[in-house]
Design a protein around this ligand. Structure first.
Ligand SMILES: NC(=O)c1ccc[n+]([C@@H]2O[C@H](COP(=O)([O-])OP(=O)(O)OC[C@H]3O[C@@H](n4cnc5c(N)ncnc54)[C@H](OP(=O)(O)O)[C@@H]3O)[C@@H](O)[C@H]2O)c1
Length: 172
């Protein structure tokens, strides 16, 4: 499965960091181009590389990490029908995850505190959730499936839900 990340700010770079650390290949894109990514891009090589918008939007799994106001321009031209998207696009097989945790904890070692840091997910498409769940397992977090988007998604709504910004660790 190819992975694309749209947005390379606090959230996008945290996701890129944790994928790169687990040896998982991905392409990332920002708005102002590779020049402003500088040291970040270098630190993610060779697993995560800077791609074109077209390459990133064509990936099998697309992480959306841009501010709401930029969503339309960032995702314009993508064909989302049936695609796996981590965050929020009509027509896509949406999984909500990676949004409830502060970026430095997403980027940090999930086992750093002697257990496994909890990462919640929610979604209505079981197969898409299985793909993202496998990815979460592979990068070392303790995955908790909160169920569908309506109920589970609300729990990790940021801001508003009760779970965002908690740093929860499971000790096996
Ligand atoms: N920060 C948090 O703690 C946190 C936690 C949970 C959820 N969120 C949500 O996650 C989203 C991203 O937050 P953030 O803190 O990562 O924002 P951020 O640090 O401001 O980064 C936003 C990124 O989006 C990129 N971008 C903007 N327009 C784009 C476009 N048209 N095409 C491609 N990339 C584009 C920007 O590119 P440039 O670098 O070139 O400007 C930048 O890399 C927001 O919706 C936020 O509400 C944030």
């Amino acid at each position: 499965m190819s992975i694309g990340i749209v947005g390379a700010g606090a959230v996008g770079s945290a996701i890129a960091t944790v994928l790169a650390r687990a040896g998982i290949a991905a392409k990332i894109v920002n708005r102002r181009g590779p020049a402003v990514l500088g040291p970040l891009a270098a630190s993610l090589m060779p697993q995560v590389t800077v791609g074109t918008r077209e390459e990133v939007l064509a990936a099998d799994i697309v992480f959306v990490a841009v501010p709401w106001g930029r969503l339309d321009e960032a995702l314009a031209g993508g064909d989302w029908q049936g695609r796996i998207v981590v965050d929020c696009v009509p027509g896509a097989r949406l999984v909500k995850a990676f949004n409830h945790m502060l970026p430095h904890l997403v980027a940090g070692d999930p086992r750093a505190e002697g257990g496994r840091r909890v990462l919640f997910m929610a979604g209505d498409d079981a197969a898409a959730k299985a793909e993202i769940g496998a990815l979460i397992d592979r990068i070392g977090f303790y995955r908790i499936d909160l169920g569908g988007l309506r109920e589970g998604g609300r729990m990790i709504e940021f801001p508003g839900g009760p779970l965002p910004a908690l740093n929860l660790v499971v000790f096996d």
